[in-house]
Design a protein around this ligand. Structure first.
Ligand code: FES
Length: 163
């Protein structure tokens, strides 16, 4: 084999090697794109949509008397499913409007309770006090109690809370 033929042979081998490496790397990239793309596009990766949860009938609520109800919240992460319980206060106002208010204090997350004598929500941890609309009237909480949207089923008067 002449010097020239030997060089040409070397170049062809390098070109073939480069081609094989490109095919292998490209293949790995394509497989990864399918796996990652599929996972990101899967339902578990998408932001969970809000849910309307049944919270009892409006007829059981006394006007202007916050009523604690425990909502069963199912959270799914991939194949894992967890059930949480969330306490919200339902407050029946004028015109059968129902407000759903979080029971979680905005200071450090303790649970408030309704004081029917003082007509305020009290936090047992650091003395936070909220009025019936959730506004802070005493103590360290930085924000009002959170509220959630509600709707009432016209057929059976069931209250639904959007979490
Ligand atoms: S956690 Fe409620 S006042 Fe601190």
């Amino acid at each position: 084999m002449s010097e020239h033929e030997h060089e040409e042979h070397q170049i062809n081998r390098r070109g073939l090697l480069r081609w094989i490496i490109n095919v292998v790397v490209g293949g790995i990239g394509a497989v990864l794109a399918v796996i990652v793309g599929g996972a990101v596009g899967s339902p578990s990766f998408r932001k969970e949509r809000s849910r309307w949860l049944p919270a009892g009938r409006i007829l059981g609520l006394q006007p202007e008397q916050p009523q604690p109800v425990t909502l069963r919240v199912v959270r799914k992460e991939g194949y894992y499913e967890a059930v949480d319980h969330e306490v919200v206060f339902l407050i029946r106002g004028a015109g059968d409007k129902v407000t759903a208010m979080s029971s979680v204090c905005t200071h450090l997350g303790c649970h408030v309770s309704w004081d029917p004598q003082g007509r305020v929500f009290r936090c047992p941890c650091h003395g936070g006090v909220y009025d019936i609309t959730g506004k802070v009237i005493a103590g360290p909480p930085p924000r009002p109690l959170a509220t959630y949207s509600t709707r009432i089923d016209p057929d059976n008067h069931e209250v639904f809370v959007e979490l």
